[in-house]
Structure formats: structure tokens, C-alpha cells
Design a protein around this ligand. Structure first.
Ligand code: ADP
Length: 469
């Protein structure tokens, strides 16, 4: 899982925030409810202490303490209702204390006499030995003409605790479940919302300089992603325009330069061969002619590239045998190699039928052999191999030449890239031969790879789909 992806980060934030908010809400709900229930219980007990004080103790002088005790017992039936009631005099002596409740949940004898309080009403929370908690509301009864009493009315907090524990359990199970469900839901929502991004990314990956006419998908959702893809499409259209303009410029320039260069070359040839002219002048004309020839070659290569860019290699397709093409081409170039004292061996015995533009595929063989000859010193060897394998026709040109440094390998198919113009054989090259090879291969759905090491030679490997017919 990609932890840096937008969907992961959004969902992680969302889940974190949600869990935090749920936790805060649950904690405040739990604490508020506990406070409310305890207060409610306390208030109902305080009401009863007041009831005892205002209805019984207020007349204690006339009725006597035993009447107060018996009335209290009759009214509130503490042992049946699980209540604790105690009435004490100011000196701490007992007037009345309730019996233990029927269920034996607490023992009234366990409840100590609390220190006196100056407040008229107050409360105590008492943890009993059995684990129960008793909440006691107390009232200091003071009335002129009557003795002072302390009235205490208590009830167990356990029903409240049981209910709160129940709520706590529900919250601790429900909260993670709610976070998981909303997070999973959120994840799918985010994924759905970001699907156009994945589609745009895939389409953008496919667009190269060769298919700039393609456009990114536009999801008509009216959101930011629609605006983004529309803007990106406009940018691609502008790039396409610029690219087409520069291609047209190169095509026009190389086309228009060919004729004047041919004329110039012819004129200089005439000068160089004119015996009536001074020898030095003829020499200069000769070297100028060489430069013009070199220039002509570059213009020719540029013209070839511009035609390949325009899709020329996809026209005039025929079915032919690559083995036979490689063999005849190597025979034709053998002379050039022999001049340099280099041998060319051709291992091409099995037929390798392919479909494509024969002229252009021949140019691939020529350019690779030409480079091998250029960059291999005398007494070197070149091996040309053609063989079918796994539905492909493989063409390999291997030499024992100067090789290519590894840092240069990723660039050698780029236009005008030369490894090192100072290498003697590079001096007359422009760095276009291999980009022509690459363009032709791409147009034929072929792959071209190179293996090379300085001083150990190079091996160019072209893989072309075999003809299925
Ligand atoms: P050019 O047509 O000018 O030779 P290429 O595009 O064919 O240019 O080659 C690009 C660079 O790759 C050249 O500068 C050359 O140094 C290097 N190169 C190509 N083929 C070989 C080879 N067989 N051996 C060594 N270097 C090579």
C-alpha cells in the first residue's frame, strides 16, 4: 500500500479525526450522564431528608422521637426499598437507623458517623466492604424550639453504575465499529472520486511526442478534475502545435537545403577538378567540398527523420525475408569494411519473414553496420546475426570496437547525441544515425537494445515481430 497516496492520506486523516471526535463525544456523553444520574439520585434523597425534617422532626417535641422513628420506617420501608436511613441527635446518639435491606446488599452498621458539617445539606459517597457504593444525602435539622438532628438518607449507586458500565461497553464496541465502517466507506468514496486521476495518469503515460494528437479522458463531473483534464488537454494541444511547427520547419529546411547543397557540391567538384586553377585553390575547393558533403549528409539524415516523423515508414509495407536482406546488405558493405581491414561475418541461415518498409529496414542494417565499421579499429571483426526466436526476428550487429561508456548508453538514440566528438570516428558524424534506427524500429513495433563496454565492443540487438502470414 502506498502510504503517500492521496487516498491513503485522506482516509487516514478522516479516520483519525473521526475516531478523535467520536472519542470526545463518547467521553463527554459518559461523564455527563454519570453526573446527571448521580445528581438525580442525590436530589431525590435530599427531598426525602427534607420530608422527614419538615413533616416529622418539626413536631418532635409534641410527638416524641419514637413516633418519628416508627413513621420514618413506615413511610419509606427502607429494608424493602434498599434504602439507608439514619436520624441522629447533635451528640451523635441514634434516634433511628434502618435495618439491613432484604437482599443484604449492605449493612447499615458499616456506615460510620461522619464528622459534623456546618452546611445545612451535604452528601457522602461510601465504598462498602462488599464493593457496593452508598450515596448518602445528609441534612442538618435546626429549628428554634426543637433539638438539632442529622437526617441521612442513602441509596446504592449500583443501578447507576450498572447502567453506565453497560453504556461504556456499548461505546467501546460500537465506537471502533463505527470508525471502521465509516473509514471503509470513506475509502471507497475517495477511491471512486479519484478514479479519473488514475485514468488521466494512465492516458498521460501513453502520450509521447509520437502521439501528441491523443487527449486525456475528461470526466464530465463539473469538478476540479474535469477542469484539470481540460486544462491539461489544452496544454497538450499547444505542445502538439509547437511540435508540429518545429517538425515542419526541420522538414522544410532540410528539403529546401538539399538542392542548393547539391549545386554547391557540383560547383566545388568542378573547381577541385579544374586543372586551369591554381593547385592551392583546388585543394581548398576540395576540402570545402568535403564539408559540403558532410553537411549534405546531415541534411539528408534530417530529411529522413522528418519523413519518418510524418509516418513514412508505415507506408509501402511488404512481406520479405530479413535474413536475405541482412545477407545482401552485409555483402554490399563488406567492401567498406575491408578498406579498414575489418572482417564482417554473417550468420543468417534460417528464414525470418517480417512485414515492413523494406527500404527503411535496410537502412537499419546499413546504419548499424556503418557504425560498427566506423567505431572498430583495423583487424577488428563484425558479426551480423539474424535468427527467429519466440515469434520475433532478431537482428544483431556485434563488433570488437571501442565500445560505449555506460553513462552514454541511455542517450545514444537521442537526436544529435554523440558520445564524445573528440573520438576520431565521431568527427564526421552528427549523432543522427541511431535516432533514425530508433524511429524506424518504433514505426515497425520493434525494440532496439544495446550492450556495450568501453574497449570490449558493442552489440546492437533489434527484435522485430515475425510475419504471421
Ligand atoms: P553517428 O551517425 O553520428 O555515428 P549515431 O547516432 O549513429 O551517430 O551514434 C551516436 C553515438 O553512439 C556516436 O557518437 C558513437 O560514439 C556511438 N556509437 C554508435 N555505434 C557505436 C558502435 N558500434 N561502437 C561504438 N560507439 C558507437
Amino acid at each position: 500500500m502506498n502510504t503517500r497516496s492521496i487516498s491513503f492520506r485522506l482516509v487516514a486523516w478522516y479516520a483519525g479525526l473521526l475516531a478523535g471526535i467520536f472519542l470526545l463525544l463518547s467521553a463527554s456523553l459518559y461523564l455527563d450522564l454519570r453526573r446527571f444520574l448521580e445528581n438525580d439520585l442525590l436530589q431525590s434523597q435530599s427531598r426525602r431528608t427534607r420530608q422527614i425534617a419538615n413533616t416529622l422532626l418539626i413536631h418532635v417535641k409534641q410527638t416524641g422521637e419514637p413516633y418519628v422513628a416508627s413513621q420514618t420506617k413506615d413511610w419509606f420501608a427502607p429494608q424493602i426499598n434498599d434504602r439507608f436511613i439514619r436520624i441522629t441527635r447533635a451528640d451523635g446518639t441514634l434516634v433511628y437507623v434502618s435495618d439491613a435491606p432484604k437482599d443484604g446488599s449492605f449493612d447499615p452498621a458499616e456506615v460510620p458517623l461522619f464528622p459534623p458539617s456546618p452546611k445545612s445539606e451535604f452528601s457522602h459517597k461510601l465504598k462498602l466492604s462488599g464493593g457496593n457504593t452508598l450515596l448518602i444525602a445528609a441534612l442538618n435539622f435546626k429549628s428554634s424550639g426543637n433539638p438539632d438532628y442529622l437526617v441521612e438518607f442513602g441509596a446504592l449507586l449500583d443501578p447507576v453504575e450498572t447502567m453506565l458500565n453497560h453504556l461504556f461497553l456499548q461505546l467501546s464496541l460500537g465506537l471502533p465499529l463505527a470508525v471502521i465502517i465509516t473509514t471503509v466507506g470513506g475509502y471507497f468514496l475517495v477511491r471512486r472520486a479519484l478514479t479519473p486521476v488514475a485514468q488521466i495518469t494512465r492516458a498521460a503515460e501513453r502520450i509521447t511526442q509520437h502521439n501528441l494528437s491523443e487527449r486525456l479522458p475528461v470526466a464530465r463531473t463539473g469538478d476540479e478534475l474535469e477542469r484539470l483534464s481540460v486544462s491539461l488537454n489544452r496544454m497538450i494541444a499547444r505542445l502538439d502545435d509547437g511540435f508540429q511547427n518545429s517538425k515542419r520547419f526541420v522538414a522544410d529546411a532540410s528539403h529546401d537545403l538539399r538542392t542548393p547543397l547539391t549545386i554547391l557540391r557540383g560547383e566545388l567538384e568542378n573547381f577541385a577538378g579544374d586543372v586551369r586553377l591554381d593547385a592551392e585553390l583546388r585543394d581548398r575547393a576540395g576540402s570545402m567540398m568535403e564539408e559540403v558533403v558532410h553537411l549534405g549528409k546531415i541534411v539528408e539524415q534530417l530529411f529522413t527523420l522528418s519523413r519518418l516523423d510524418a509516418g513514412e515508414a508505415q507506408t509501402e509495407w511488404t512481406r520479405f525475408d530479413l535474413t536475405e536482406l541482412a545477407r545482401t546488405t552485409s555483402e554490399q558493405m563488406n567492401l567498406l569494411a575491408e578498406d579498414k581491414g575489418i572482417s564482417i561475418s554473417c550468420e543468417a541461415s534460417q528464414p525470418a519473414p517480417v512485414e515492413g518498409n523494406r527500404v527503411r529496414l535496410k537502412q537499419v542494417v546499413v546504419n548499424l553496420l556503418d557504425n560498427a565499421i566506423k567505431y572498430t579499429p583495423a583487424k577488428g571483426a563484425i558479426h551480423l546475426r539474424v535468427f527467429p526466436v519466440n515469434g520475433h526476428a532478431v537482428l544483431e550487429v556485434e563488433d570488437t570496437g571501442i565500445g560505449i561508456p555506460s553513462a552514454a548508453l541511455p542517450h545514444i538514440f537521442e537526436r544529435f547525441y554523440r558520445v564524445d566528438p573528440a573520438r576520431s570516428a565521431d568527427a564526421e558524424s552528427a549523432g543522427l544515425g541511431l535516432s533514425i534506427v530508433k524511429s524506424i524500429c518504433t514505426a515497425h513495433g520493434a525494440e532496439v537494445k544495446v550492450r556495450s563496454a568501453p574497449g570490449a565492443g558493442s552489440c546492437f540487438h533489434v527484435e522485430l515481430p515475425l510475419s504471421k502470414n
